[in-house]
Ligand binder design. Structure first.
Ligand code: GUN
Length: 292
C-alpha cells in the first residue's frame, strides 16, 4: 500500500516555483505577489491563511494579508477587492472562506478580477474549467491532480467516485477527472447527501475522493480492494487529550481504509499541503499571464 505523501509532492512543486522566482530576481524582475483577505477570527481560517503566507515566503513570493473584523461592511470589502484589482503590483487575490453571514460570498467572488482569481472560484474561471480552456483551477482539486501526477497514478478509463459536490472541491474535481487531460479521462460518479446506496457506489471506485466534511465517513466496506483513496477532509474534532484541544480528522477512517486501499492520502500530510501547492502555482501563473 502506497502512502501518497503531500509533504514530498508539495516540496517538489515548491522547489520548482522557488527556482522560477530566483530566475525572475536574476533578471531584475519582481516576485509574484499574493493578497489574502481574512475576515473575523475563525481558528481554522487563521491557520490556513497563516500557512499560505508562510509558504509564499518559503519560495520567495510576496504576500499581503489584509484583515477585517467580523462586522466589516460588505461595501468596504468590495472596495478593498476593487483596489487590489487595480493594483498592478498584486498578481493574485483570495478571500478566505467561509464569510460572516451578512456578506455575500457570491458578490465578493464575482468582484475579483478573473485575471487575478487564483482560487478559481469566479464564474468566468469555472466556465472555462468546464469548457476545458486554460484557467485557474481551484487550489484543492489542482493539488490533487498534482499529487496524482507526482505519483504517476493512472486515471484513464478508471471509475472515479467523488463524494461531495461543493464549488470548492467536489464539483471542480469531478470536472477535472472527467476531462480529456493527463490525469483525467475517468468515468466519474458524484455522490452527495441525497445519493441512495452511497456506500455501494463508493465500493466500485478505482479512485475515491472523499470531500464531504464528515470525519471518518469512509469505512473499509466503502473501499474497493486496491483503490486510490484521496481524503480531502480536515475537520477539527474536540479532544481534551490533544495539546490544542482538538485533533484534525479526515473524511476517511484511515486505519480501516488503509487495509484495503492500493494508495491513500494521510490527514494531516496529504491533500492540505497540496492545496497550498496549487494556490502557489496559480499565483505564478497569474504573474506570468499579467506581467511575465
Ligand atoms: N476555505 C476553504 N478552502 C478554501 C480555499 O481553497 N480558498 C479559500 N479562499 N477559502 C477556503
Amino acid at each position: 500500500m502506497l502512502v501518497l505523501d503531500g509533504k514530498i509532492a508539495a516540496a517538489s512543486v515548491k522547489e520548482l516555483l522557488k527556482k522560477e522566482t530566483t530566475d525572475l530576481a536574476a533578471k531584475g524582475k519582481p516576485s509574484p505577489h499574493l493578497a489574502a483577505i481574512l475576515i473575523g477570527n475563525n481558528g481554522a481560517s487563521e491557520t490556513y491563511v497563516a500557512s499560505k503566507v508562510k509558504n509564499c515566503e518559503e519560495i520567495g513570493f510576496r504576500s499581503t494579508l489584509i484583515r477585517f473584523p467580523d462586522d466589516i461592511a460588505e461595501q468596504e470589502l468590495l472596495q478593498t477587492v476593487d483596489s487590489l484589482n487595480k493594483n498592478k503590483d498584486i498578481d493574485g487575490i483570495l478571500v478566505q472562506l467561509p464569510l460572516p453571514k451578512h456578506i455575500s460570498e457570491q458578490k465578493l467572488i464575482e468582484a475579483i478580477d478573473p485575471t487575478k482569481d487564483v482560487d478559481g472560484f469566479h464564474p468566468s474561471s469555472v466556465g472555462k474549467l468546464v469548457q476545458g480552456l486554460p484557467t485557474f483551477i481551484p487550489a484543492t482539486p489542482y493539488g490533487i491532480i498534482l499529487l496524482l501526477e507526482h505519483y504517476d497514478i493512472p486515471t484513464k478509463g478508471k471509475h472515479a467516485v467523488v463524494i461531495g459536490r461543493s464549488n470548492i472541491v467536489g464539483r471542480p474535481m469531478s470536472i477535472l477527472l472527467s476531462s480529456n487531460m493527463a490525469k483525467g479521462n475517468c468515468t466519474v460518479t458524484i455522490c452527495h447527501s441525497h445519493t441512495p446506496n452511497l456506500s455501494e457506489i463508493a465500493a466500485t471506485a478505482d479512485i475515491l475522493v472523499a470531500a464531504l466534511g464528515k470525519p471518518e465517513f469512509v469505512t473499509a466496506d466503502m473501499v474497493k480492494p486496491g483503490a486510490v483513496v484521496i481524503d480531502v477532509g480536515i475537520t477539527r474534532v474536540n479532544d481534551d487529550t490533544a495539546k490544542k484541544g482538538f485533533r484534525i480528522k479526515g473524511d476517511v477512517n484511515y486505519a480501516e481504509a488503509a487495509t484495503k486501499a492500493g494508495a491513500i492520502t494521510p490527514v494531516p500530510g496529504g491533500v492540505g499541503l497540496m492545496t497550498i501547492a496549487g494556490l502557489l502555482k496559480n499565483t505564478m501563473q497569474a504573474y506570468l499571464n499579467n506581467r511575465g
